[in-house]
Design a protein around this ligand. Structure first.
Ligand SMILES: [Zn+2]
Length: 155
């Protein structure tokens, strides 16, 4: 039996189908709406119906597909992270705080000629300067976040 021979089950029947039938009918259901394969705590592989926290490159390679091919084959968006929602959120948060930490490590005096001229004196102007820069960074970060998803690499 080929994968394409499965009959799709309406989305509203997903729960019942998953409980009463085998993995094949679960697969048919999820393939009809691949978004349903991704839940808070798991992502179902649409090839083997296995439930995982994320679909690693190693796992997909075992099925003979790359992550990109997998997404095309099952109709996912190109930018869709192949992992459960909680994990995707964690990676996004981690990326965000890594970016913040990198910026905090920068010593303002090295990057701001105006501060160098003042001999690094702390002043209201410095605060103002930092505030403005943080606002610029925040705006830049928001633009980046809304336009990009960086997929975690490796297994
Ligand atoms: Zn699989």
């Amino acid at each position: 039996m080929r994968a394409d021979d499965f009959i799709a089950v309406p989305a509203s029947d997903t729960g019942a189908a998953a409980r009463s039938s085998g993995p094949l009918s679960v697969l048919a259901t999820l393939r009809a709406d691949p978004r349903q394969a991704v839940t808070e705590d798991s992502i179902r592989c649409l090839v083997c119906a296995g439930a995982f926290r994320q679909l690693t490159n190693t796992h997909l390679r075992a099925h003979g597909v790359s992550a990109a091919q997998y997404k095309i084959r099952f109709g996912y968006n190109r930018g869709r992270p192949l992992m459960c929602r909680s994990l995707a959120r964690m990676y996004a948060d981690r990326a965000r705080s890594a970016g913040l930490a990198a910026r905090i490590r920068q010593r303002p005096i090295l990057f701001e000629p105006e501060l160098r001229r003042r001999g690094g004196a702390r002043s209201i102007s410095l605060e103002e300067l930092l505030t403005r820069r943080e606002m610029r960074q925040r705006e830049a970060m928001q633009r980046t976040e809304s336009s990009r998803w960086v997929a975690p690499t490796g297994a």
